[in-house]
Unconditional design. Structure first.
Length: 366
């Protein structure tokens, strides 16, 4: 069968005449809710597909809604097609292959109506939907558990150390530049771009660490290297175990602590590194201090850039950090390590469940 046999496509319309912040019905675009309206176009249990823009992000809506003119409403004929079965089919289908536009991705109603879909009996559809819903529920639970464990760490940080900006516990305060190791280049930004051009890259040698590793939190990613001669020229940007690498452009708050088993290498121009005096600061204490909401708010007032948040060495070195006793910092880090063990177990379960979901989607709709 094709879509034309099993569903109706309802065009969206401009929402200006019905828009009302106190309206009863949500207004949906291809990216989600955009506001509320006094009227609706689509009945409950309709699947939204973007007509323009985000065309590969189906949304299931279980209440009546108004869809804007950049979104189609796919209304299943419920006697032969269960709406959620249609939704899962749409999640698996690659709508990008129907895009004929050069600039903004777009779909046409006529192309959608020609999509082929296998329609099993209603009971079988119901079984498919029930199983996928159950697996997705477990995925949501695991993601929620991970969020709760992350919040537990943040709460413990505040409990032990107080607000790091207001210094509610009255700890000694120090500038970052005053608690780094007593060695050259303990606080260092990456080299100028002209010193690290792509033409200097080689297949193996000394690794170049950049935002890819910091944002992902995985030092093993990436395959950019320089040779020994270039490394010696840029050795002032070399990293060592325990160094804190900080992303300077677009993602402040993201950092990576180098483990013992890292590949020797340097940072690129989008990072800076800090080697702390380990008698004063545990790098993992600094991580949660640096990622605290209070510090993020304070930093946002001092960053520069329009659409991107940009830090620099001058800003970071002048950040004031509370200095609780090192044994208290270490106690907090021990707590974090215990929580991280739980996170590893939850993440493993999440990965396995996601793999099951993906395999079921392939089995039913591949």
């Amino acid at each position: 069968m094709i879509f034309n046999d099993v569903l109706e496509i309802k065009n969206g319309r401009n929402q200006k005449l019905v828009e009302n912040s106190n309206g009863k019905y949500p207004i949906y675009g291809s990216g989600g809710i955009m506001g509320y309206a006094d009227d609706y176009i689509c009945e409950a249990d309709t699947v939204i597909i973007g007509r323009k823009g985000s065309i590969n992000n189906p949304i299931y809506v279980d209440e009546p809604f108004w869809n804007v003119d950049t979104a189609f409403g796919l209304c299943a004929k419920k006697d032969i097609l269960i709406p959620r079965y249609l939704y899962y089919f749409c999640r698996h289908f690659n709508f990008e292959r129907l895009n004929k536009a050069v600039t903004i991705p777009s779909l046409t109603k006529s192309d959608l109506l020609k999509i082929e879909i296998k329609i099993p009996k209603i009971d079988e559809q119901r079984n498919v939907v029930d199983r996928l819903l159950k697996v997705e529920q477990i995925i949501r639970m695991r993601k929620k558990e991970l969020c709760e464990l992350n919040e537990l760490i943040k709460a413990r940080f505040v409990e032990m150390f107080g607000d790091p900006i207001q210094n509610s516990k009255g700890w000694e305060m120090s500038l970052i530049e005053d608690v780094v190791a007593k060695e050259k280049n303990a606080l260092k930004a990456g080299p100028f771009g002209s010193a690290l051009k792509k033409e200097y890259y080689v297949e193996s040698g000394y690794k170049i660490y950049g935002q890819e590793q910091v944002i992902s939190g995985d030092h093993t990613l990436g395959d950019y290297y320089i040779d020994e001669a270039r490394y010696k020229m840029l050795e002032n940007c070399a990293v060592q175990a325990g160094d804190v690498l900080i992303s300077l452009v677009g993602t402040y708050g993201k950092l990576l602590i180098m483990p013992e088993n890292f590949e020797p290498g340097i940072i690129n121009p989008r990072l800076m590194k800090i080697t702390f005096d380990k008698e004063k600061v545990n790098p993992y204490y600094f991580k949660y201090f640096f990622q605290s909401e209070a510090l993020k708010r304070a930093l946002s007032e001092n960053t520069h850039g329009g659409t991107m948040d940009i830090l620099n060495l001058g800003i970071v070195r002048k950040i004031e950090i509370p200095l609780p006793p090192l044994d208290l910092q270490n106690k907090f880090v021990s707590f974090v390590n215990q929580v991280n063990k739980s996170k590893v177990a939850v993440q493993k379960s999440l990965d396995e469940t996601q793999l099951l979901f993906d395999s079921l989607m392939q089995k039913y709709f591949g």
